[in-house]
Design a protein around this ligand. Structure first.
Ligand SMILES: [Zn+2]
Length: 128
């Protein structure tokens, strides 16, 4: 044993305290309880909550904000501002076909409702 080791070797019965958790002799003053097993996360598909301003033209799978159930929305087509604006434009450009925008679904707004609770969820504007 070298002279240096003799100097730093603790005597028998002497306990060293260290605050460095990486030190193998580290003993916390207040031992933490053993970690409890975390509940395993469920891997069910959770559709997003409906964003009433950004819904597609077709029925969408989402979570109803009212009944909190995953649903495929019911859609209804309603004539809106875009429908009548397009009909007016067609009237000016080609009078005999002014009625076409009024009957074509793609020019109508799409209203999404919940099939379970019947609440209005959102809409897709034809002009967006
Ligand atoms: Zn609902």
């Amino acid at each position: 044993m070298s002279e240096k080791e003799k100097l730093y070797t603790p005597t028998k019965g002497y306990t060293t305290f260290t605050s460095n958790p990486n030190n193998p002799d580290y003993q916390p003053l207040h031992p933490q309880p053993p970690p409890q097993p975390q509940p395993r996360p469920l891997h069910h598909f959770q559709p997003p909550v409906a964003d009433p301003t950004n819904l597609p033209k077709r029925p969408a799978t989402l979570r109803c904000p009212y009944c909190q159930v995953s649903v495929i929305t019911n859609v209804k087509y309603r004539r809106g501002l875009a429908t009548y604006a397009l009909a007016a434009f067609t009237c000016v450009v080609c009078l005999p076909f002014f009625w076409v925008p009024l009957v074509v679904k793609s020019t109508r707004d799409v209203i999404h409702t919940c099939p379970r609770c019947g609440q209005y969820i959102g809409r897709h504007d034809a002009c967006s």
